[in-house]
Unconditional design. Structure first.
Length: 152
């Protein structure tokens, strides 16, 4: 299972090809676990100082309290997985025989009030749908062990 979670990091900026649902969702699960643990550590170590900073007259004090220490880990993780997250999403769209430009459409639509909720739900649904069976214009079927590079 851990292999599937780390696969998008090994394919850091590979936007070509296809990715299975398992690769996408295991990477999403890894991100959720890391963010939950780091947030818990951040609030456990600097929670009191964040509440004190919220009462201060300086509106930026809460950010200095939040990003001192463990909050830096959160920012570093976010930077580390930014490109792999986009890449695995594009490859997942390719598995559905959709252009990677759809990802940009989902991101732009998610920034529009009300439409953003619908776009986010649509993105989750598309990521959960099975890929096209057999080869498509983006490459061989990743579920076929004979042709998929994920098993090499």
């Amino acid at each position: 299972m851990m292999e599937w979670m780390l696969m998008p990091l090994r394919k850091y900026a590979q936007f070509s090809g296809r990715s299975r649902r398992k690769e996408f969702w295991m990477f999403a699960l890894l991100n959720m676990i890391v963010y939950t643990v780091v947030f818990a550590l951040m609030f456990a170590t600097s929670g009191a100082s964040m509440f004190a900073a919220a009462d201060s007259t300086n509106p930026l004090a809460i950010y200095s309290a939040m990003f001192s220490g463990v909050g830096i880990l959160l920012a570093l993780w976010g930077l580390a997985v930014f490109i792999p997250s986009i890449a695995v999403s594009v490859r997942r769209l390719h598995d559905r025989d959709m252009s990677g430009w759809w990802y940009l459409g989902f991101i732009v639509a998610s920034m529009i009030p009300l439409i953003g909720v619908i776009a986010s739900i649509a993105f989750i649904v598309v990521m959960a749908l099975p890929g096209t069976p057999g080869a498509n214009r983006f490459g061989p079927d990743p579920k076929d062990p004979g042709s998929a590079e994920v098993f090499r």
